[in-house]
Write a protein that binds this ligand. Sequence first.
Ligand SMILES: O=c1ccn([C@@H]2O[C@H](COP(=O)(O)O)[C@@H](O)[C@H]2O)c(=O)[nH]1
Length: 280
Amino acid sequence: MTATSPVSFGARVQAAMADRGQFCVGIDPHGALLRDWGLTDDAAGLETFAMTVVEAVAPHCSVVKPQSAFYERHGSRGVAVLERVIAESRAAGAQVLLDVKRGDIGSTSQAYADAYLDPASPLAADAITASPFLGFGSLDPMVDTARRHGAGVFVLALTSNKEGPEVQHATTDDGASVAGLVLDRLRGLNAGADPLGSFGAVVGATIADPAEDLAIHGPLLAPGYGEQGGGPADIARIFGGSARHVLASSSRAVLRLGPDRAAMTDAVRRANDELAEALA
Ligand SMILES: O=c1ccn([C@@H]2O[C@H](COP(=O)(O)O)[C@@H](O)[C@H]2O)c(=O)[nH]1
């Protein structure tokens, strides 16, 4: 590392997981949750909800994962709340993985990279999620921008939803699955990184035993933990020897405990303990 190069996302997330555990809280302000909390489903309710969650969880977990769609549905005021969520979560010591699942032709990919991965942008996060289904190479601008600024990119590989396999298990000309190809490309991007690469894969905590090699020398985001049915035993089963690089991510199962801040904080501590025990 030179004096001017930023610490890589891979190094930061590895240190954060060692320090604060492998549980990631999704900050997803569903309209129904806002109403359950006694809030209005508008930008004011969104702000109260999101900032209460940040205060309860961001000082205690390694990574938070706001889902952009739930902020965008409130227009520009919602996006302003997302900017606050990112800034205040980072100030509380959490890495922020912005779940936006972007993917487009290369020139537009660069604009997404500028929006989310360049620290000069008000929406800059530590890492984003990206979709490889316009071709893995279409993500090159995000990869290059992430490298330049010490950010990360998590690419969809084996998603937690039941519709995923029809695309992700399809085979390419050389007989590999689409998911296998994505994982292989990520392995290439992470080769030689020390201690861990910055290019992660999204692999759901709900999937059947994978045929693919999940050892990509990068972080592995496992959504579908909690509400969608995944638990600590699934993380051990699915990821095997790579489980130490997994971030198990849960949104609604934690958010339902609000607006009681202490209950949400306790849920983070409990989930971290359960994961540590299952993966020991
Ligand atoms: O394969 C994927 C990729 C992303 N997600 C996102 O994670 C959360 C899950 O929320 P829960 O309330 O814990 O079910 C949500 O933001 C999804 O968009 C996913 O579920 N599966």
